[in-house]
Design a protein around this ligand. Structure first.
Ligand code: GUN
Length: 291
């Protein structure tokens, strides 16, 4: 049976380390880290993610700046807000929740975020540096950073291993593959046009699943002893729950946990780590300007 990696516990440990550092900064310089969270429109999933991020800030003593814009907000209006946050010395990190409404060009907005405040690591220049050997972005994207942190805190080494990333999104799959490459893994990305992905996944010592397909990765696809990190958060109907739904990952946990060496559960695996890495990036950004 696989070791189940408790993301919630790891996240809690890191959060208390961050809270200590925030207190120290405040005592020494009279300043606290500030994170601006910008949300445009009323998407339920985005509202829920943003709520978690703002709540976590409050718990750690990080000041959150809440910018809520209506669905109809123009690209120019969103960019104007970003420019104001860039100029605000109390704001050390800026996060624009994605996806943005269809009439807004995401890249135009992300490119306007100051590189020194790009705590999501989504600025094209930060992603470009992530892709290049010998260059280091100022910030690493939160979800991939959380995945690697879970591997390292579980004692799973990456160097020289075969790693397979399932999915190639700008937010998770692509930056996760670049981060694994930087950590000296041999990296393969499988995606919706890959024929027989199971044959490639079976070769993997490390699997990062970020396809957005409920339980698609089966026990027979996994090399015995592999480390399996499940980024999927798929909502499926569950009439036995009061909410009427429950969250499941991209990995068939019941099957895969019998074969893998390590596995992350959904919920309670990668999710709490993503928010924690955002807080950590905000602290790092603040330290760079305050200290
Ligand atoms: N939408 C889904 N995940 C993320 C994330 O990590 N950051 C932002 N900004 N938007 C998201």
């Amino acid at each position: 049976m696989a070791t189940v990696i408790d993301g919630k516990a790891v996240a809690q440990t890191i959060r208390s380390e961050i809270a200590d550092e925030v207190r120290l900064l405040s005592q020494k310089y009279g300043k606290v880290p500030g994170l601006a969270v910008v949300i445009v429109g009323n998407r339920k999933d985005s509202q829920s993610y943003v709520g978690m991020k703002r709540k976590a800030c409050a718990e750690l003593g990080i000041k959150s700046f809440d910018i809520d814009l209506p669905e109809e907000a123009s690209e120019a209006e969103i960019i104007k807000n970003v420019h104001e946050l860039n100029a605000n010395p109390d704001v050390h990190g800026i996060l624009v929740q994605l996806p943005l409404p269809k009439h807004v060009n995401e890249e135009n907005v992300l490119t306007e975020i100051s590189l020194t405040k790009d705590v999501d690591g989504f600025h094209p220049l930060n992603i470009g540096k992530l892709a290049m050997k010998g260059r280091d972005p100022l910030f690493l994207p939160c979800t991939p950073k959380g995945c690697l942190e879970l591997l390292s805190r579980s004692g799973v080494s990456i160097k020289g291993k075969n790693a397979v990333v399932v999915g190639r999104s700008n937010i998770v799959g692509l930056p996760a593959s670049l981060l694994l490459l930087k950590a000296d893994a041999t990296v393969t990305i499988v995606h919706s046009h890959t024929s027989q992905p199971e044959n490639i996944i079976r070769e993997a010592d490390i699997v990062i699943a970020a396809a957005g397909q409920a339980k698609m990765i089966k026990g027979s696809w996994i090399k015995p002893g592999a480390a399996v990190i499940d980024v999927g958060t798929n909502s499926v109907d569950d009439p036995t729950r009061k909410s009427g739904y429950r969250l499941v990952g991209d990995v068939d946990f019941e099957e895969v946990s019998k074969v893998a060496g390590w596995i992350t559960p959904v919920p309670g695996g990668v999710g709490p780590m993503t928010v924690t890495m955002l807080l950590k990036n905000t602290l790092e950004g603040a330290k760079r300007t305050i200290e």
